[in-house]
Design a protein around this ligand. Sequence first.
Ligand SMILES: Cc1cc2nc3c(=O)[nH]c(=O)nc-3n(C[C@H](O)[C@H](O)[C@H](O)COP(=O)(O)OP(=O)(O)OC[C@H]3O[C@@H](n4cnc5c(N)ncnc54)[C@H](O)[C@@H]3O)c2cc1C
Length: 199
Amino acid sequence: MPPHSPGAVSFVPALDMKRECLSQLAMGSAVHLTLVFREAFWREPGFGGTPGGLKHMLFLFSENPWFPTWWSKLPSTAPVLSSWCAGPRAQQYCGQPAAVLERKAVEALGAILGVAAEQVTGQLLASHVHDWQADPYCRGGYSYVMAGGAEQAQRQLAAAVAGTLFFAGEATDFHGHHATVHGAMASGYRAAAEILNSD
Ligand SMILES: Cc1cc2nc3c(=O)[nH]c(=O)nc-3n(C[C@H](O)[C@H](O)[C@H](O)COP(=O)(O)OP(=O)(O)OC[C@H]3O[C@@H](n4cnc5c(N)ncnc54)[C@H](O)[C@@H]3O)c2cc1C
């Protein structure tokens, strides 16, 4: 991301000591999509060829190339299904208009449930898409360490600079909890302790 573009953070002077560790870390892609329907049609008796329909469906895992993973709001019976697509598969979506993603999701859900995409569309009231990789303030879903980085890359990223700059955030967790909320929070406590203990 070029300097001064939305979301970009600049350090002056440049943090040359972080270049190596940053070259060993990467951000994974993730696209999250929610569909709101008129009715929870998958819960209707007989749906999917089963007497009770899919009324107990919580998660739906598939091999669909576009949106493979879905989940309902159970125990709430709200007519809402969410899906996500992560990793290299999600890169195909980067910067795509929400309408394109909605269409792909409807087709994927129809294929997984064995119903025509038009039937899914006919039930659709609203959709919401969040493309984490296109969000200038996130630029990805999760950090990960590339081959050769092991835990040293995260430890080096976490290291304070000149007793002045302190680093927190999930990518700086070096206890195996990067890419999680609890890893991010732990890194915040770690950085706060470093600040309190600094001269
Ligand atoms: C779809 C998805 C599902 C997830 N599910 C789970 C889960 O179930 N369990 C789990 O443990 N973790 C989950 N995670 C991971 C978890 O959300 C992250 O690891 C965690 O939120 C990272 O916290 P952070 O504080 O490091 O970064 P962030 O939460 O990204 O916080 C960084 C903040 O900095 C702000 N910011 C960025 N640039 C600037 C700027 N220039 N100026 C001012 N502010 C700026 C951003 O707006 C943001 O608020 C999920 C992540 C995604 C994307």
